[in-house]
Design a protein around this ligand. Structure first.
Ligand code: ATP
Ligand code: MG
Length: 397
């Protein structure tokens, strides 16, 4: 039997194509696709008609197409993806390709229907005519199938495009969102918990490039806790290729707070130092906003008043993509993106060092500032700032 060429079609909804951003968005999408496809072999990649075409250039690349397909499901900006057979824009060629390509794809389903789309209006048959002919060919090649137009297991689609015709047996959902890099850069405060990796993912999905700052408190926090955060960053890198983590030590700050301030304020004071240092790191790394995994009311330090006191110490906007979500909803996403198991490893974090027994849930800013004035916040911030170092985590390493 003649060799059927299979390629991947990735479709990006019209939504991201508005106006003058179109070519920038396309370039960003293509960059993401090219980086991922290159992990598997040689592919020709081009954008046309709201679709990115990924075509294997040799037999190794053909064999690796399933791996590429799985990768491309993580590309933000695509709404749907499918693998498709390519053939000439000629009805005999289309029917031959359908008979050769579809039986394997449809082996495990029992009902189907056909749809067609012509973006080339010069094609001699109408869409319903194409669907009818392809449907006949499918029934001939796959006698176990029946047609169900209401609720089919699979929709077989024929698309007559600019250069060729494409036939596919159902498409998968894409990652959605906006192309990576289309929405500027943010500095994510990454802890070892469940929430902050999800917060980072949600911003990446909207096109933001994310760098991370992680605070530790050695020896009160362990080497294992730091490794865990690097592992989370590596898991996030699955979505964007590379994640930088800036690590800063809060040990002396926490000891000073413990020794000089009222216990009820420990967590709030600590969080203000985090905001201050994260702001510096954001400034140094050109991030106009901070991102946290806070969710309203989740813990004492995330009440409305507590967040107001915390944010007061930041020098730029703080994005909280999870602020209106329940823990259950956050956990669901953590499982989906593959960070949940790492996040729930036994866990120590500087937030759990010197935890107050009765944290303030309705703090007044001036009282928090009063407590802060018992220590030399500026000098402690400067000292902690000097402990920073950067680790780069890459996808698949
Ligand atoms: P998470 O699951 O993300 O740890 P959490 O519910 O434990 O969140 P907190 O510990 O109060 O909440 O932290 C709130 C947010 O502050 C986190 O989502 C994260 O953005 C930031 N944060 C907390 N601890 C750290 C840390 N050690 N390093 C960097 N950021 C932190
Ligand atoms: Mg935490």
């Amino acid at each position: 039997m003649e060799h059927i060429k299979e390629i991947i079609l990735c479709k990006y909804g019209e939504v991201i194509l508005k106006g003058a951003n179109r070519s920038t968005f396309e370039a960003q999408l293509l960059r993401d696709v090219k980086r991922r496809a290159a992990l598997f072999g040689h592919y020709d990649i081009r954008a046309r008609q709201s679709t990115v075409y990924v075509e294997p250039l040799d037999t190794d690349a053909e064999d690796a197409i399933d791996g590429v397909f799985a990768q491309l499901k993580k590309v933000f900006g695509f709404v749907a993806l499918c693998k498709a057979a390519v053939c000439e824009k000629d009805m005999d060629a289309i029917l031959a390709a359908a008979k050769a390509y579809l039986p394997e794809k449809l082996a495990n389903v029992s009902t189907f229907k056909c749809e067609s789309r012509r973006s080339d209006k010069r094609f001699p048959l109408s869409s319903p005519e194409i669907s009818g002919e392809v449907g006949g060919a499918v029934l001939e090649a796959c006698p176990h199938l029946t047609v169900d137009v209401q609720n089919p297991d699979v929709v077989v689609k024929t698309e007559i495009r600019e250069e060729y015709a494409y036939i596919h047996a159902g498409q998968d959902k894409g990652a959605g969102g906006m192309p990576l890099g289309s929405a500027g850069k943010g500095m994510l405060l990454l802890s070892g918990g469940i929430d902050s990796p999800v917060a980072g993912y949600r911003m990446m999905k909207r096109g933001m490039t994310v760098e991370c700052v992680h605070f530790e408190s050695f020896p009160y926090t362990s080497e294992a806790a730091r490794e865990k955060v690097f592992e989370l960053a590596r898991e996030l890198a699955e979505f964007c290729g590379t994640v930088k983590v800036h690590v800063i030590s809060l040990t002396h700050i926490q000891e000073a707070i413990r020794d000089h301030c009222e216990e009820d304020y420990f967590t709030l004071l600590l969080r203000r130092f985090m905001m201050r240092l994260a702001s510096r790191s954001a400034e140094e790394n050109s991030c106009p906003v901070l991102v946290t995994g806070e969710s309203l009311g989740q813990v004492a330090s995330q009440t409305l008043k507590a967040m107001v006191c915390t944010e007061d110490a930041a020098d730029r906007p703080v994005f909280r993509p999870l602020v209106g979500m329940d823990k259950e909803e956050i956990i669901e996403i953590a499982r989906e993106i593959g960070t949940f198991d790492t996040s729930t490893l036994p866990y120590d974090d500087c937030c759990t060092v010197f935890t107050p027994r009765h944290p303030k849930t309705q703090p007044e800013l001036y009282k928090v500032v009063n407590e802060e004035n018992r220590i030399d916040a500026a000098a402690l911030t400067d000292e902690a700032w000097e402990t920073r170092h950067c680790v780069v985590l890459r996808q698949g390493e």
